[in-house]
Design a protein around this ligand. Sequence first.
Ligand SMILES: [Zn+2]
Length: 161
Amino acid sequence: MRKIISLFVLALFFSCNSSAQKNETKEKETFAVTKTDKEWKEQLTEKQYYVLREAGTERPFSSALNKNYEKGVYHCAACDTPLFKSEHKFDSGTGWPSFDREIEGNVAYGTDNKLGYSRDEEHCATCGGHLGHIFNDGPKETTGKRHCINGVALKFVPSEE
Ligand SMILES: [Zn+2]
């Protein structure tokens, strides 16, 4: 009987704990670069603000970076953090710049916060700016992942070679 009670207590503890943790991550996801909406609006173009700060999606085939195959690094358009390398870019045919992997640690994945991220959402780990979504239909010969990224959220920095 005692065992049953302690199991019950344990279960209670875990259920409380998981909801507590959820709240914690909600508050915990803080970013090294944090600005007010007003500051972002001043810094970003209207389209950039819509995608990066309001988790919007640009029209497919609207970004010049979609067909960009030059060597270089794609940085966050809001805070300049390097996010993707040109060697990991591929033509997915979707109309959005696509990569099979990110620069590890610089991209974070969906949590519930005020931008309404879903779980397949990805955003800049430095400023929280929304980038796009991750799917499992990428190139099988590499990672199998497709990072479907809004070109307007990126700034291309060609490598000097
Ligand atoms: Zn950023």
